[in-house]
Ligand binder design. Structure first.
Ligand SMILES: O=C(O)C(=O)C[C@@H](O)[C@H](O)CO
Ligand SMILES: [Mg+2]
Length: 382
């Protein structure tokens, strides 16, 4: 079998699907994208396609190594997201050829279900509490919300108190009938991370995500030394070689590689095993679409240290399309009582509604995250 064609579809809300075709009619799908840089990843996919077209899709490992190593320069969000989408599609093809779900090809299930967690948008306590109640009613008991708004490298106790107030009200409203992670989203610099984490300690969030930016990862062990709250990060790390340093440095309790940013199923399966060796939990990052989610689940179901799975249903970013809009077999991904169950279909288990994809790709906008400014006009981390 030979790979014959790679076609990319940029889609609302801010995703990109990749279709990989072969000379025997088997097609695989992946989701290579960096939110806000879809066109850059699209160009990278087509540049890398020179190493892929004409090759045997079964040789996933060799194709992965060539894509990673053969171009001299390597790593980073754009190239690793392009490789991720190609890798996902090759696993989808392999599963379809062998008639098995990807989790079977990776050694089979280590669990029967995976806990889903849901984003709760909004920064106002009332909005957040209403959002949690709505999701609780359909079975969710685990959530994630932004830990704060923009923050200066040194900021006021008023801003800290406002961030803590939201969390205090959530705990007051729900007690420990729910668990929730706080995503600092890289908005907090190291000096204020120490302050904010200290003030949040009594409310025991399930984890604090990106307490500082990935480029400040040397602070993870220092922050971990001051708090009992598990520290989570990974969405802005892109290969084993990024994660190696973070695991070696310590302080991280939950690793969150993104299956569409960190080299795909092949690489994240290896990253998951590395994390297990350090007694670190796995919780793949996934604010994206169904092929990214299906790739996450393939790794979750074969990784002993997988704990819960992010999914983007209702996320504040999904303007213009919802998580399963482009999926013909939506029911296979229903979340029952807050849990995902493994696909029984071959490959990623996603039946892409190709007609709709082609149609919607014609009107895809170039999504951009907002540019925030601090009161003095300096750019703020969003
Ligand atoms: O889901 C998360 O944990 C996020 O931090 C969302 C962020 O990754 C945006 O997708 C960037 O555009
Ligand atoms: Mg995050």
């Amino acid at each position: 079998m030979k790979i014959t064609k790679l076609t990319t579809y940029r889609l609302p809300p801010r995703w990109m699907f990749l279709k990989v075709e072969t000379d025997e009619g088997v097609t695989g799908w992946g989701e290579p994208v960096i939110e806000g840089r879809a066109r850059s990843v699209e160009a990278a996919v087509h540049e890398l396609s020179e190493y892929v077209v004409g090759k045997d899709p079964a040789r996933i490992n060799d194709i992965w190594q060539v894509l990673y190593r053969a171009g001299f320069y390597r790593g980073g969000p754009i190239l690793m997201s392009a490789i991720a989408g190609i890798d996902q599609a090759l696993w989808d093809i392999k599963g379809k050829v062998l008639g098995a779900p990807v989790h079977e090809l990776l050694g089979g299930l280590v669990r029967d279900r995976v806990k889903a967690y849901s984003w709760v948008g909004g920064d106002r306590p009332a909005d957040v509490i209403a959002g949690i109640r709505k999701l609780q009613a359909i079975g969710f008991d685990t959530f994630k919300l932004n830990g704060c708004e923009e923050l200066g490298i040194i900021d006021s106790s008023v801003k800290i108190d406002a961030a803590v107030a939201v969390v205090a009200e959530i705990r007051a409203a729900f007690g420990n009938s729910i668990e929730f992670g706080l995503d600092f989203h890289g908005r907090v610099a190291a000096p204020m991370a120490r302050v904010l984490i200290h003030e949040l300690e009594p409310f025991r969030p399930l984890f604090i995500e990106e307490p500082v930016l990935a480029e400040q990862a040397e602070y993870y062990p220092r922050l971990a030394a001051q708090t009992h709250i598990p520290i989570a990060a990974g969405e802005r790390m892109f290969s084993r070689f990024d994660f190696k340093r973070v695991l070696e440095g310590g302080g991280i309790s939950i690793l969150q590689p993104d299956l569409s940013h960190a080299g795909g199923i092949s690489e994240c399966f290896r990253i998951a095993a590395m994390a297990e060796a350090y007694d670190v939990a796995l919780a793949p990052h996934c604010p994206l679409g169904p092929l990214a989610l299906a790739s996450c689940l393939a790794v979750d179901f074969v990784s002993h240290n997988a704990v819960f799975q992010e999914q983007s249903m209702g996320i504040h970013y999904n303007q213009g399309a919802e998580l399963f809009d482009y999926v013909a077999n939506k029911d296979d991904f229903r979340i029952e009582g807050g849990w995902f169950h493994p696909t029984t279909r071959p490959g990623l288990g996603v039946e892409v509604d190709e007609e709709l994809v082609i149609e919607r790709s014609k009107t895809a906008l170039d999504w951009r995250n907002p540019v925030w400014r601090l009161p003095d006009g300096a750019v703020a981390e969003w």
